[in-house]
Ligand binder design. Sequence first.
Ligand SMILES: Nc1ncnc2c1ncn2[C@@H]1O[C@H](COP(=O)(O)OP(=O)(O)OP(=O)(O)O)[C@@H](O)[C@H]1O
Ligand SMILES: [Mg+2]
Length: 247
Amino acid sequence: MALRDIKKSFGGVQALRGASIDVPRGEVTALVGDNGAGKSTLIKIVMGVHPPTSGTIVLDGREISVSNPEAARSLGIEAIYQDLALVGTFDLVQNFFLGRERVKSHLGGLIKVLDKAAMREEALKALTERVGIRIGNPYANAFVMSGGQRQAVAIGRAIHSDARLIIMDEPTAALGVEETDRVLTIIERLRDQGLTVLMVSHNLEHVFRCADSIAVMHRGEVNTQVRTNEITRDGIVKHIMGSHAVA
Ligand SMILES: Nc1ncnc2c1ncn2[C@@H]1O[C@H](COP(=O)(O)OP(=O)(O)OP(=O)(O)O)[C@@H](O)[C@H]1O
Ligand SMILES: [Mg+2]
């Protein structure tokens, strides 16, 4: 995917002043930048939450328009937000199949019931085989799961729905050390499975561990995008601060 010259104004506030970024297929691209730089706004435009004032989104070589989150999903784009990842009062399986529940028919289709056993098996299989995690109690409600488990279930749900581009806004914010490591490992696994990932993060250690390239936003623009192995952490920090004299 690529974003070209995206501009977005909210009334008098120009949140995006012409942001361009490449998100190559099968790679992890990190989006960094100071608070208010426009990272979440850019993601919301890709997800169809906000219409851009101008600019284009290119997916697989063609220009697309994304008018709402369902349209993004049908194009194979899924986003995972830290806080809204799961419905707290639902368990793992309910969350995993939210809006896409499996049903089975009885009496020649007269009665349709949720096929709970099939859903449970399918969800646990996807989480073990593709995400690489084990959930102790699949019947626990999401609000008693740890932040890392919730992230893992949300990621599992996204890839199980055939998403090809997974966008994560601060996937490791508010997670402990071990959980963070688990989520970063999942991100690396997604790339190994050929998925494309765009991750927003304030944590440069995580960015340098996972990302193939790093795009830096500053005041509504992407002022640079570089291969991770061609820049130092100090170099990224200078770009984040808006200094162009980079070592
Ligand atoms: N719905 C909105 N209405 C008005 N202004 C908005 C709206 N959403 C974002 N903004 C403004 O756009 C600018 C960019 O915000 P955005 O949330 O994209 O930043 P960010 O890079 O994600 O920051 P952070 O790192 O703090 O999450 C900010 O000045 C913000 O106040
Ligand atoms: Mg943000």
